[in-house]
Design a protein around this ligand. Structure first.
Ligand code: ADP
Length: 425
């Protein structure tokens, strides 16, 4: 009502009284104002220029309308109120007609409550349409968003399925924002790890077969020679049997080492109940006394002086084996006249066993590989000294099983330093 009153007031603000009389009927048609809505236009002295209620129109034209609402409009105010009429309570509003800053008249509109009801139901209808439109729009946008989010996930699922079905190892090349992108990246790094494991597994099987085949081939050769030459030469037979015995010992050593590794791979630091608190100083003293002879034979000086008691929760023979293998290597790969020094310290919550030698050392790119199973820098030299290439793998597995790690520093021709870190008890 107020909007319509304002439109009328603006439309007629420039018009003369006669022009207002002429145009008002058309205006009301255009604004869809029926006869059941009363529209009165007054001049600035409240004298009625136009009244659309036909019967009253003849009577009311020219009369002065002194209702409070019209008077307020003539003071420049816009008013909206309930008014009592013969038909009951009506709603009415009146607005000023303004021309060049001064009030030149008023427009008064009055409608029955029924009429307002119709307006409200019109608004309700419009609101319903608007709600429907909003729902459809929101629905379409939601579907678009959902598609945008699920498309990479679906692609990811397809790839994962094809990986497990066809055993492909290609990475996923989907670019996706946010968490889904992170999921794709994690999946790709998982694939890298699987590929690396696969590669290591193949290498391991091939290395293990090779290592086992070598002594077996020797045994086969010795057997053939024995069969050919017969048992008539007891001296030669004795020699052959001795060689065969050595090869069998080597085979047994490799198999025992492999079994050891498998057991340690399956063991976990937290769940292992066989650990006891032991003094590392005693373990190292034991290792040193069993290697002193070997060191002396190689002309290497083996030193360990420590007054530190450092206690670690451990499976004694595993830690013994780890320190033994590393010290044994230090002696093996140190020339005559060299030194192997062992130190024991406690730093924060770690026990650190340092095995330092003045031996042949290693190139930087070799250091990463020496813990791999069967890896040996110089195969011939390692075999000569009875090495299987499993000593350091066993040492690392044993240390990891106790929640520790090993660090290596080395320089070719100068020597190597192995540092074993173990959590103290
Ligand atoms: P191996 O039975 O051959 O000693 P390991 O697993 O114990 O096998 O060691 C792997 C390789 O690491 C050795 O073959 C050797 O080349 C190298 N290595 C280990 N310790 C030393 C060391 N203290 N100095 C130089 N090279 C070493």
């Amino acid at each position: 009502m107020m909007t319509k009153a304002n439109i009328i007031a603006t439309d007629i603000s420039q018009l003369s009284t006669e022009e207002i009389e002429d145009t008002m009927d058309d205006n009301l048609v255009q604004l869809n104002v029926g006869k059941d809505i009363r529209v009165i236009v007054t001049d600035n002295e409240a004298s009625i220029i136009f009244d659309n209620t036909v019967n009253i129109y003849a009577d009311s034209k020219g009369k002065v309308r002194l209702s409070g609402m019209v008077l307020s409009a003539l003071k420049g105010q816009t008013v909206y109120n309930k008014v009592q009429s013969s038909g009951g309570v009506n709603t009415a509003c009146s607005v000023p007609i303004m021309n060049q800053g001064s009030v030149t008249g008023s427009v008064y509109i009055e409608a029955s409550a029924d009429e307002i009801g119709t307006v409200i139901s019109d608004i309700e209808k419009s609101m319903n349409w608007l709600t429907l439109l909003l729902c459809v729009t929101v629905g379409i946008i939601s579907i678009m968003f959902a598609n945008m989010l699920t498309a990479p996930v679906e692609a990811l699922i397809r790839k994962i399925k094809s990986f497990s079905e066809n055993d492909q190892k290609n990475k996923i090349d989907i670019k996706a924002p946010g968490e889904i992108g992170e999921l794709v990246d994690s999946f790709n790094s998982l694939m890298d790890k699987i590929s690396l494991l696969e590669q290591k597994r193949t290498e391991f099987v091939s290395n293990a077969s090779h290592e086992l085949k070598t002594p077996l081939s020797s045994i086969k050769l010795i057997c053939d020679s024995l069969l050919e030459s017969g048992a008539d030469n007891p001296e030669m037979t004795g020699e052959f049997l001795n060689d065969m015995n050595n090869e069998v010992d080597r085979l047994t050593r490799i198999i025992n080492d492999l079994l050891d590794l498998t057991k340690m791979d399956a063991a976990s630091y937290d769940t292992n109940k066989t650990f006891i608190t032991s003094n590392l100083k005693d373990i190292i003293t034991g290792v040193v006394s069993s290697l002193t002879n070997i060191a002396e034979k190689s002309g290497v000086t083996l030193n360990f002086n420590s007054n530190n008691d450092v206690f670690v929760l451990m499976e004694e023979n595993k830690i013994w084996e780890a320190i033994y293998n590393i010290t044994d290597n230090a002696i093996k790969y140190t020339q005559e006249g060299g030194n192997v020094n062992i130190y024991l310290e406690k730093e924060n919550k770690d026990a650190i066993v340092t095995v330092q030698d003045t031996g042949i050392g290693m190139a930087n790119d070799e250091i990463k590989k020496i813990f791999d199973r069967f890896y040996r820098i110089d195969k011939a030299r390692s075999r000569e000294t009875g090495g299987t290439g499993l000593g350091l793998s066993i040492a690392l597995s044993a240390v990891k099983m106790h929640g520790g790690h090993i660090e290596v520093q080395s320089e070719e021709g100068k020597g190597s330093t192995f540092r074993i870190f173990l959590p103290t008890a």
